[in-house]
Design a protein around this ligand. Structure first.
Ligand code: SF4
Length: 88
């Protein structure tokens, strides 16, 4: 998830990010690694990320935001980039 200074987040209505369950070390499963990832590994990583999203108190806000800005990468709001593209 993009990190901005607090004043910018407040102005853009991004305060929900403060409550994100993916903050900290768990965040690495939400985006592909810098090395090549096999399909099986990608699906397993995305499954872990989506499990975290299901327990996240701001899942709806996150999903709406990622769709609104057409975020092209990673799992946001319980949806992979492929699943979000279908909604656009
Ligand atoms: S819904 Fe998922 S990606 Fe969005 S803030 Fe919560 S844990 Fe992070």
């Amino acid at each position: 998830m993009a990190v901005q200074d607090n004043s910018a987040q407040t102005e853009q209505g991004l305060q929900w990010q403060e409550f994100a369950a993916c903050r900290g070390p768990l965040g690495s499963v939400f985006f592909p690694p810098p090395i090549t990832e096999r399909k099986r590994e990608k699906l397993a990583r995305e499954r872990k990320a989506k499990q975290i999203c299901q327990a996240c108190p701001v899942m709806n806000e996150c999903r709406d935001y990622s769709i609104a800005i057409r975020e092209p990468h990673g799992v946001w709001g319980g949806l992979s980039e492929k699943e979000r593209r279908v909604l656009l």
